[in-house]
Design a protein around this ligand. Structure first.
Ligand SMILES: Nc1nc2c(ncn2[C@@H]2O[C@H](COP(=O)(O)OP(=O)(O)O)[C@@H](O)[C@H]2O)c(=O)[nH]1
Ligand SMILES: [Mg+2]
Length: 314
């Protein structure tokens, strides 16, 4: 709570690895959360997300805001998760007590990425950070997951993405609040802005998506980006996004409940006495795998229902 970096790191590890006691820790921290502004930064690899985040950290620090960064890398091994390049670049901030930087590998299990990140964000929020930035590579599921973590989503693109821009539009146009065309010191940025401008829309929250040219190299447009983030924050603090927040919490609770049910179900199904004989029949091609699954899951559901009856009788 007083920002002790060792304690924060330990807490995040505990929660990430779901070690004993992590639930109690999260429950105790939750009432202290809700103060930090959580900024999601996503986009294709190489568009300059880490460089941009680095610059944003610099600007926020200049305003004396306490900042934490979580960089999620889907390619790094589950065990480690350090992104060397990012680490090296972020070294500038390493001695600054007002900045906390953590790399995190994305997990393969159901909902693991968003839950791990979400709960780590909560720890950093409770630890008194004004801003928490979550950087993810926008490929596949991660870009959708980030929505559930962040208050605002910054999508980072760059000139000359070529055909990729089409694919990106499909996945990222919906979730982005602010589109940054980074590397605008290179030719072609206007063209990308023009393309994006044509498909921007008003979001439910009352925020109109915006696109802006930025260069993390020269610093051009960075001030405007920070201003837009402030605008977003002000809008968020008005009532406009309450419904959206409620919807996200609902999603999170349902997802966590499904996750825990799935884990229980997996345990129960893999120790089901019927499993072996069903597998034998599948092996002999008397039964297809889907059929075996139907029998197993049906049996499990019956058992759950029976439990329910027992509990009610008690
Ligand atoms: N010219 C130019 N290069 C940039 C800019 N921002 C980042 N880069 C370079 O683009 C490369 C990828 O940057 P990085 O931040 O690692 O991208 P990420 O994969 O999106 O995190 C690096 O070589 C950066 O130096 C920029 O504004 N202009
Ligand atoms: Mg990066």
């Amino acid at each position: 709570m007083n920002g002790d970096r060792k304690a924060i790191s330990k807490a995040i590890s505990l929660v990430e690895n779901r070690e004993e006691g992590y639930e109690d820790l999260l429950a105790a921290l939750y009432p202290r959360t809700g103060r930090a502004f959580i900024i999601g930064v996503t986009g294709p690899p190489g568009t300059g997300k880490s460089t941009l985040v680095d610059q944003m950290v610099r600007l926020f620090r200049a305003q004396n805001l306490q900042v934490a960064v979580i960089a999620i890398d889907p390619t790094s091994p589950v065990s480690g998760g350090a992104i060397l390049g990012d680490r090296v670049r972020m070294l500038d901030h390493a001695l600054d007590q007002g900045v906390y930087i953590r790399s995190m590998a994305s997990r393969g299990d159901e909902g693991g990425l968003s839950r791990g990140a979400k709960n780590s964000v909560r720890i950093l929020d409770a630890a008194g950070n004004d801003i928490v930035i979550v950087e993810t590579v926008g490929t596949g599921q991660a870009e959708v997951e980030i929505v559930k973590v962040a208050d605002v989503i910054v999508v980072v693109l760059m000139p000359e993405l070529g055909d990729e821009i089409q694919a990106i539009k499909a996945g990222l146009m919906e979730i982005g609040d602010i589109f940054v065309v980074n590397k605008s010191d290179l030719p072609g940025a206007d063209r990308v802005i023009y393309d994006i401008d044509a498909i921007l829309s008003e979001k439910h929250s009352g925020w109109k998506q915006i696109a802006m040219a930025v260069s993390s190299k020269t610093g051009k447009g960075l001030g405007a980006l920070v201003e837009s983030l402030k605008d977003y924050r002000n809008l968020q603090n008005s009532n406009a996004t309450l419904a959206q927040r409620k919807e996200r919490l609902k999603e999170e609770v349902i997802e966590a409940a499904v996750f825990s049910l799935a884990q229980t179900a997996r345990k129960s199904i893999s120790s089901d006495p019927e499993l072996e004989s069903l597998l034998e029949r599948v092996g002999k091609r008397e039964l297809d795998p889907e059929g075996a699954a139907r029998l197993l899951s049906g049996e499990h559901a019956r058992r759950l229902a029976a439990n329910e009856v027992q509990r009610e009788e008690k």
